[in-house]
Design a protein around this ligand. Structure first.
Ligand code: XIL
Length: 330
């Protein structure tokens, strides 16, 4: 079989939405998803803006539909994401919340605990949680490795991140807890800040189980050597390692109008580098898996009106050569 999930010795994931999983016109998508993948992440449906509808009010319906799909098809769900700072990822009412900082923090604590608890309920045939893990906090550091100033740091202080991990652990003693960020490969200071935080957590009893390396790359950056170094460094933490949002752009300088053979080959080589280095460098007990961030190029958040082709399948759900490169490295 050349199905990705059969070739890999760790879970292989892609992203979904509840509406796509339910749509009458998405049979091809679902059949590809079911053959190549055994792990799914909600692209947007399990983010705070979608779930946290008001103080103490939660809408878990889209997440529930995704969990039900995973259960029916023998897949794992990766929970994404409890705390993320962009304005569009935060519900407007919370952004504008006029209460005290203490009241704000109480809302966040309830949100984190209610959400993690809710999704801890569904178990698969082996008694394992279907939602195996959560990205607890996304993108806490900027590219220099400094803590970003966000609504959450402003309201709760920059040490809020420790409490969020603790709340998640209180809500579910078993779910794996991840810190997730981009440019962990590519920005050394950022990587060092993340690894130093993880180390502090481990030494002071703050729960953390894994690090998610998003890997939104292009063929121009970062270099293969830097990717290898980053995977090596993150694996050195001893934590689970998730390649959590893999996509590789081929048009970083906006100088092509269709995917050329040459660019497709460079993309193939870099996908191969990621899957082969992950497979060989990360010890098997730390291999949480690799999640690709989209199926067809046109489904990608980076598609940019048809000027970027970052994924493994073309418009007809056919394998690009990047798929072979990725598959060969597994
Ligand atoms: C992106 C989605 O793909 C888009 O549909 C949405 O408009 C914005 O978010 N880092 C993350 C993901 O952790 O949640 C982001 O997903 C991509 C960057």
């Amino acid at each position: 079989s050349d199905n990705l999930q059969d070739l890999a010795s760790f879970p292989i994931g892609n992203i979904v939405s509840a509406s796509r999983l339910a749509s009458n016109s998405e049979d091809e998508f679902r059949s590809l998803l079911n053959s190549d993948y055994n792990s799914i992440t909600a692209e947007n449906d399990m983010k705070m803006a979608n779930i946290f509808t008001g103080p103490g009010n939660y809408d878990f319906s889209d997440g529930d539909a995704i969990v039900a799909y995973a259960k029916a098809n023998g897949m794992r769900v990766h929970g994404h994401v409890l705390i993320w700072h962009p304005e569009y990822a935060i519900p407007d009412w919370l952004e504008n919340f006029a209460g005290t900082d203490q009241e704000f923090e109480a809302l966040i604590e309830d949100y984190v605990k209610a959400t993690v608890e809710h999704f801890a309920i569904e178990v698969d045939a082996n008694g394992n949680s279907i939602v195996a893990a959560w990205d607890v906090v996304n993108e806490y550091f900027d590219d220099n490795g400094d803590v970003r100033s966000t609504l959450f740091t402003q309201r709760m202080g920059s040490d809020y991140i420790e409490r969020v991990f603790q709340w998640a652990r209180e809500a579910d003693p078993n779910v794996k807890l991840f810190y997730n960020d981009y440019n962990i490969a590519g920005q050394t200071n950022k990587r060092n800040s993340i690894l130093s935080m993880a180390n502090t957590f481990q030494n002071s009893g703050i729960p953390i189980d894994g690090i998610g390396m998003q890997m939104h790359f292009s063929i121009a950056w970062p270099s293969q050597q830097e990717i290898t170094q980053a995977i090596t460094d993150v694996a050195g933490s001893g934590l689970l390692v998730h390649v959590s949002e893999l996509d590789i752009g081929v048009n970083p300088n906006d100088d092509i109008t269709s995917l050329t053979v040459e660019r497709a080959q460079e993309q193939e080589a870099l996908y191969n580098h990621v899957s082969s280095e992950y497979s060989s460098i990360v010890p098997s007990g730390q291999q949480y898996g690799i999640t690709v961030w989209g199926v067809r190029d046109q489904d990608s958040w980076r598609y940019d009106g048809g000027t970027e082709w970052p994924l493994l399948y073309n418009e007809n759900f056919e394998f690009k050569i990047a798929h072979r490169g990725f598959a060969d490295g597994l």
